[in-house]
Design a protein around this ligand. Structure first.
Ligand code: FES
Length: 165
């Protein structure tokens, strides 16, 4: 059960996000992004809170928790589950794939003992695939937090991860 103070905090975070981005359908992603930024993911209670606070019969704004959850699940930059201290996003699109992406992906999974979308038991690493990061000319590409790595080889993985120890 979520503690009442956390409930109140989520209510305030959602309220601030809605005040900042407005009460309209175009604001849904920015509002969810704001919440994701605060918590590192979107807590379940936040979907309920966004639905309630956005509900506006006068302006015909109705959105269900399921729709909000689907949006959050669709976009790579949003997460519905707590993530690790460091999030590795690995580009899985074809231009990176054909220059050795699969071997790099396998090396990452093996090194961290994770599958796509999983977090290590110590909550240090989360590994996810993502679509094109816009650096196809230097593929394979991966992003760790805000650090971009290009031309990555499987042999470089221990050294790259070691920078975050
Ligand atoms: S396809 Fe990987 S960065 Fe564009």
């Amino acid at each position: 059960m979520v503690a009442p103070t956390i409930d109140r905090e989520i209510t305030a975070v959602v309220q601030a996000a809605i005040e900042k981005h407005g009460k309209n359908y175009d604001a849904l992603i920015p509002i969810l992004s704001e919440i994701n930024h605060v918590y590192g993911y979107i807590p379940g209670k936040a979907f309920h809170e966004v639905r309630q606070q956005l509900h506006d019969p006068l302006n015909q704004i109705f959105v269900s928790e399921g729709q909000l959850y689907s949006l959050a699940s669709f976009y790579d930059m949003l997460s519905t589950k707590p993530r690790g201290e460091h999030v590795i996003k690995f580009c899985e699109n074809a231009p990176c794939h054909v220059v050795g992406g699969k071997a790099v992906w396998d090396a990452l999974k093996e090194r961290l003992n994770l599958k796509n979308g999983e977090t290590t038991p110590d909550a240090k690493w989360t590994l996810v695939t993502t679509s094109c990061l816009g650096l196809c000319s230097v593929g394979p590409v991966l992003l760790i937090d805000d650090d971009m790595y290009g031309n990555v080889t499987p042999e470089q993985i221990p050294d790259i991860l070691g920078r975050y120890e």
